[in-house]
Ligand binder design. Structure first.
Ligand code: SAH
Ligand code: F3S
Length: 477
């Protein structure tokens, strides 16, 4: 009975020819068996933020309600990250804390979702037996069924002490949630997942194991999504994927998608994250160079400046190839803003190999960088075959060196912008000063300026008067 009422709505195979998201409740929407109030807490990357919006969509379509305060909730779902050990440690501490809450509120359902759930699987239940639900990124369709099975739904009441934990850990290479309309907070910037999973298999990375094989959503559906987002008032869309530029829907590639989205009427800006250097095609560069809507900002993860390390990481490009790509990007798109990800202390990284990373950062002069110490992840190729042999203190020293270097470069680049006029999409009131707005430049620099007569959602020209390492400060001109 449960299956019959729930599955028609979620039957992927029943999709219409041109897929559409179910954005409205239809008459066949199953009545809530037992409506729950759900608080979703998100850790990790933008993909997780986007997945939480998807979870909210699935739950709401099924008659449940999401709440913005944990005190109002009878279900807490923690959407987790597994990328580095400290991401998991943070969540473990958070779950322990939630258990205190559960002592006061025994009916509370605690669910662990996302990458860490997929990574640790039922071992999570050994560490935290009070967890009721463990669900990986491809199983969110089962959330309503899971909640019913934990509580008994309408059929019977299940007391907390009789609950059997629900595990949803199957990775499904066909799951793209194409029929689910995510529920987003109102705002200026919307995140749109265009691709799930990753096929690259970098040796250090857990993502392919917890998010499964790569799959892309159809271009037509995505363009229709962007049109709807514009109708809802969003001005900027960020296309998301683990290797976003390897997007392919059997007919169109990432360049095609960028051009198509760039042409959507009323959209101010489109960005994307994160591309893989090996998939940076001419057509992608063409779209960035020629479409006025496509932002001239590229987050291009380097990881290491040493070809030998890149080989051990299986990044599939050499340091030279990466430099050539950057030179080409700068030639085709003058003033392009570049950012990157760097890992220090990967297996076997020598002083000399580290120096090559340092030198490459000094030469390329990124606008900003996310920098990490290598964190060995159980289940990855490196965990099986390459020792985590750079001492923690050495990793720490190397990280400190590149952070200092990058801070200087970012500050210098910002100082050079003094006197320039930059186009800023106004996002909201500055947290520190109610008389000022903040927004981003095309190159993704945070800019703060007095409101004058500007409005949220508008693009204004700001003359830069002053800067810090991370912010431009100016006046509307
Ligand atoms: N392609 C994805 C990568 C996600 S992980 C994207 O760009 O969205 C984000 C970054 O985390 C990676 O680029 C890498 O720099 C870092 N990272 C991944 N695994 C790591 C590990 N085991 N230790 C340290 N940093 C890691
Ligand atoms: Fe991870 Fe490499 Fe894919 S960093 S997400 S395996 S491109």
């Amino acid at each position: 009975m449960k299956d019959q009422t729930l599955f028609p709505l979620y039957n992927k195979r029943g999709l219409p020819e041109t897929p559409q998201r179910l954005s409205q409740k239809s008459d066949d929407t199953p009545q809530p068996t037992h409506a729950r109030r759900i608080y979703i807490e998100t850790y990790g990357c933008q993909m997780n933020v986007s997945d939480s919006e998807l979870m909210a969509g699935i739950l709401t379509q099924n008659g449940h309600q999401t709440v913005t305060h944990i005190d109002d909730a009878d279900v807490v779902l923690v959407n987790t990250c597994a990328i580095r050990e400290n991401a998991e440690t943070k969540v473990i501490n958070r779950i322990k804390h939630l258990n205190h809450r559960k002592r006061r509120q025994p009916e509370l359902i605690i669910g662990i979702c996302g990458c860490m759930a997929q990574h640790l699987r039922d071992r999570l239940l050994d560490a935290a037996p009070y967890v009721d639900l463990v669900m990986g990124p491809d199983a969110y369709r089962n959330l309503p069924v899971a909640l019913d099975s934990l509580t008994g739904g309408v059929e019977a009441y299940v007391s907390p002490k009789d609950r059997d934990p629900f595990l949803g850990l199957r990775l499904d290479r066909t799951e793209d949630y194409a029929d689910i309309a995510p529920i987003r907070k109102d705002g200026i910037r919307a995140w749109l997942t265009i691709q799930r999973g990753c096929d690259k298999m970098c040796t250090f990375c857990i993502v392919p194991f917890v998010r499964g094989r790569e799959r892309s959503l159809p271009l037509k559906l995505l363009v229709a999504d962007v049109e709807k987002l514009v109708d809802q008032g969003f001005k900027e869309v960020v296309l998301l994927g683990q290797t976003v530029n390897s997007y392919h829907d059997n007919h169109s590639d990432f360049g095609d998608l960028l051009f198509a989205v760039g042409e959507v009427n009323g959209l101010e800006r489109v960005r994307f994250t994160s591309p893989h250097p090996a998939d940076a095609t001419e057509r992608m560069i063409d779209a960035m160079a020629s479409s006025p809507t496509v932002c001239k900002h590229l987050h291009l993860p380097l990881q290491s400046g040493s070809t030998a390390v890149l080989e051990r990481m299986r990044r599939t490009y050499t340091a030279e190839e990466y430099r050539t790509l950057v030179a080409k990007l700068r030639e085709r798109i003058p003033n392009i803003a570049l950012s990157t990800d760097i890992i220090v202390g990967f297996s076997g990284e020598t002083d000399d190999e580290f120096r090559q990373t340092y030198q490459m950062m000094a030469d390329i002069r990124y606008d900003s960088a996310f920098m990490f110490k290598y964190s060995e992840r159980e289940g990855t190729l490196a965990h099986k075959a390459l020792p985590d042999d750079v001492p923690e203190t050495v990793k720490g020293q190397r990280l400190k060196q590149i952070i200092e270097l990058q801070e200087r470069i970012s500050a210098d680049i910002n100082t050079d912008a003094v006197g320039d006029t930059v186009a800023v999409l106004v996002e909201g009131e500055s947290r520190r000063d109610a008389d000022r707005y903040h927004g981003k430049t095309d190159g993704f620099k945070t800019t703060v300026f007095p409101k004058a007569n500007s409005r949220i959602g508008e693009v204004v020209n700001v003359r830069v008067d002053n800067t810090t390492a991370h912010t431009l400060i100016g006046q509307i001109v």
